[in-house]
Design a protein around this ligand. Structure first.
Ligand SMILES: NC(=O)C1=CN([C@@H]2O[C@H](COP(=O)(O)OP(=O)(O)OC[C@H]3O[C@@H](n4cnc5c(N)ncnc54)[C@H](O)[C@@H]3O)[C@@H](O)[C@H]2O)C=CC1
Length: 468
């Protein structure tokens, strides 16, 4: 598999044949599917990172000033433009790309809007692969780029991130032949919005990086194609409204769906084609193969609202591959300290079931937080698990007031409640919930003596994009 340092793509220009960004000839055959935007990054040991994925949100399609005919970058006046595209090592590339990215960040919105406008003007047939509304999509592309640049010098993690991305993109129907088009428009957008840093060396560094990125994604998708479908259709077999905003939805996939407790998937509804959202599996793998999700409808959340208010048994959803590395290492004996906020309790419940299924008891301490006790929609389930398993402790934590249903609930924000117990230094941390909770939760656990490499959670980027 190609890594960032492996390719020597100079700026050759042109998007056809073996020009810019064309995958290596001995790599993936042309008909292999590949990706179009970001999906998942998982750090092997520590923090789980769920990366951006093209998951647009509805809305009219806004566009920036229409791009000119050709996507030629405009490198001329840049400070480093007099330098030749001489051989550069990866370190130099990463310097150039970071500088360029820092400048790009200042105009990220305009640059991504320009990129998509250019892509759809130059390659109109690609438009149908994207959802009608492009808002969130634009944001996700940029976040993916940022993630790749951030991981640029860490070959192993970058390869893992891109591999997940490539596999995740199979469901969009992306082909290897799409990469040159995307690369060409991306370079044009970067060139246009980084006048200070753009020049031949930076351009060559970006071309090398993009070529390597594409190749890694294409290879991963091709490899994945040998063993897994691009997507699964899954019929809803039960739909239970736990509160007016929260539904517990169980589906039956049309083919076996292998995954690990703590992971998540991407999900598309029939009502919003090509709009995908992430949801965690709320149970460990079951013998009957059914999968359960907890969905909270959020304001202006078209997908979540459809899933909660409109979906019914018999409706068919589409699932992407499993992703995420918030999984339990069953070779270890350490205890699990789990923080589940709101519907973030879903993967925590799966983790508890996973530990139970191993038949090797180890301490599991769950803090289940909600705004009000009314929002503790899955407390009964968690308390039943606690009754069944002596190694499990479940503590509800209610931020606002005290609940009748959970008279024993602790008061306050979830991380504060955790701090009152412990010691936790011998535990591994698992966090799932809203981004603010994850941030303060990680700080709290580190403050309690749990090193970051023993703390796992889904990525904040992904969670931010999820609420729709
Ligand atoms: N449905 C699913 O499968 C999954 C959902 N999630 C995420 O979980 C979140 C659930 O949202 P809601 O149920 O509306 O949760 P919520 O906003 O009602 O909050 C749940 C808990 O988090 C605490 N919290 C919130 N912000 C905090 C902050 N800044 N500092 C400390 N504590 C804070 C609250 O006090 C409460 O205890 C969403 O962001 C969703 O993306 C995460 C993983 C899986």
């Amino acid at each position: 598999m190609t890594t960032m340092s492996g390719s020597d793509g100079a700026s050759a220009g042109g998007s056809g044949g073996r020009g810019w960004f064309t995958p290596a000839s001995d790599a993936a055959p042309a008909e292999r599917p590949a990706p179009d935007a970001p999906d998942t990054a998982a750090t092997p040991q520590g923090t789980t990172t769920v990366a951006p994925e093209p998951e647009p949100v509805p809305e009219a399609e806004p566009h920036p000033a229409p791009p000119q005919a050709a996507a030629a970058p405009t490198p001329s006046a840049a400070p480093e433009s007099r330098a030749s595209a001489a051989p550069t090592d990866q370190l130099a590339d990463s310097e150039l790309i970071r500088t360029s990215m820092a400048e790009l960040e200042r105009s990220s919105e305009a640059a991504t809007a320009y990129f998509y406008a250019l892509l759809f003007v130059q390659y109109p047939h690609l438009r149908e692969m994207f959802p009608a509304a492009m808002d969130n999509q634009r944001d996700r592309l940029f976040r993916a780029l940022l993630t790749a640049v951030r991981l640029y010098d860490d070959g192993k993690i970058l390869t893992e991130y891109l591999g997940n991305l490539g596999r995740g993109h199979r469901k969009y129907g992306t082909q290897p032949t799409h990469y040159p088009a995307v690369g060409e428009c991306l370079m044009a957008a970067i060139a246009r919005y980084t006048p200070q840093s753009w020049g031949p060396r930076t351009e060559a560094a970006w071309v090398r990086a993009y070529t390597a990125i594409s190749q890694t994604m294409i290879d991963a998708a091709a490899e994945d194609e040998k063993r897994a479908p691009a997507w699964w259709d899954a019929e809803i077999v039960s739909h239970e409204l736990r509160t007016p905003e929260i539904a517990v939805i169980t589906v039956r996939p049309d083919k076996p769906y292998p995954f690990r407790a703590g992971q998540y998937t991407s999900l598309e509804t029939p009502w919003w084609p090509r709009v995908w959202r992430h949801y965690s599996f709320a149970s460990a793998p079951r013998p009957d193969g059914l999968l359960t999700f907890h969905v909270k409808s959020v304001p202006a959340g078209w997908v979540s609202s459809a899933l909660v208010q409109r979906a019914r048994p018999g409706d068919v959803l589409r699932l992407g591959p499993p992703a995420g590395s918030m999984i339990v290492d069953h070779r270890a004996d350490s205890g699990l300290l789990c923080l589940g906020g709101g519907t973030g309790i879903a993967p925590i419940k799966a983790l508890v079931e996973d530990v139970a299924g191993q038949g090797r008891p180890r301490p599991v301490e769950v803090f289940y937080g909600a705004r009000t006790d009314h929002d503790l929609y899955d407390l009964d389930t968690m308390l039943r698990l606690q009754e069944r398993h002596p190694w499990l402790s479940v503590r509800p934590v209610v931020a606002a007031g005290r609940a009748r249903a959970a008279a024993e609930a602790l008061a306050g924000e979830l991380p504060d409640a955790v701090r009152r117990y412990g010691p936790w230094s011998a535990y591994d941390g698992y966090l799932s919930g809203p981004p603010g909770m994850i941030r303060t939760g990680v700080e709290t656990l580190v403050g309690c003596g749990i090193p970051t490499h023993r703390i796992r959670h889904d990525s904040l980027d992904e969670l931010v994009g999820q609420g729709a």
